[in-house]
Ligand binder design. Sequence first.
Ligand SMILES: Cc1ncc(COP(=O)(O)O)c(C=O)c1O
Length: 404
Amino acid sequence: MAEGVKDGWYQREFAFARRPTFLRVDLDVLLNNLKILKGQLSAHTEIIAVVKANAYGHGGPRVARFLERHGVSHFAVATALEGEELRTAGVHGNIQVFGNASVEEIGTMYENRLIPTIADVDFLSAWLAHWRKRERNTLGVENGPDMVGCVVIKVDSGMSRNGCQPEKLPEIVDFCDNYRVPVHSIMTHFAQSWDDPVFTQQQMDTFMAAVKPYRTRGVKLHVANSGAIVNKVGTDLDFVRPGISMYGQAPDTSEFGVNTSQKLGLRPVISWYAKASMVNRLQPERVVGYDKTYKCNTTETIAVIPVGYADGFLRSYDKLSVQTLDGTQCPLVGRVSMDAITVRLPEEASNARVFQLMTPDYTNVNSAVAMARHERTIPYEVCTNLDKRVPRLYFLDGAVRNDV
Ligand SMILES: Cc1ncc(COP(=O)(O)O)c(C=O)c1O
């Protein structure tokens, strides 16, 4: 039986969730993963917790608030609106907005004191102008102090996506110097840090050469995502930016990704539970679900579970099974619809009413990694597909905690 499962089949937890399904987020596992990742770092290196995309499906505001209470003071999101959500939830620390900063987001970034990621002087000029205008309006004087919010400068060291080309860096730094725009740090991002050490090192060399003139004057640097942290690349710089490994998911579906995560002692933070809303005994020849894709062979016990693709249980998961709390596999039958799935209960599990749709491990057929394998995708996508309408329950020491 899964750890922490008590008699009563999670009835209390379903009541808390106010829906017969919930995602269990184990905060002690999150902290333990973070501790393992910190063990890879130099003593002075700080964490920027990547909590974009609703903290990879784990619930951005709750995860960030919890981490902040446990000493993390830097966060990263992908959009200004995600940053605003964290501020509204009471996150006080630095919040960087990844991606090439866009002018549409300047107002939200200003209001919420978010840190844009700079790739060119055009955005920087617009940022400066916005701050000057707003600060002067606020102070009511024409020549108020030139306070400007700090920025992170991103260098493209070979991934060809976000960031300035290395030769453009001096122009951006000069602009910041001339107009007194504080530089929080300079960063780059790796294309394949888990399993291409040669390309990663090339990116690292390109980046370190570009930032060399500024390193000596104390500008802070960061490069490492989870793969780089695991492989100890850039783990002695000022910050690292863990995402997927902090949530304990493997980066991809390869044996290598799974084994490396397991060997380090990382564990998935999230698991998914649901309760049948109805169980029917159906006669032979009865069809199940949209398009009548399943027909009962014999008299079968079919449970309806009120979770569908709108919750993040994708339509293409229709060949998967879910499992009872003691591990009996119950195959899906019929289509996954928007709000429901149907599963066939084997004789020995005909009394089962509570099911695990996602298990917190790497090996089970219901683990996020197995779901990703089935879908030919990666655990990142499986987790970020988990819709906000599925209640998240936050557990510490096996019990739901509303105060963390
Ligand atoms: C710039 C940047 N840094 C760090 C991360 C975290 O990466 P990972 O989840 O692989 O640790 C991401 C995620 O995509 C990112 O875009």
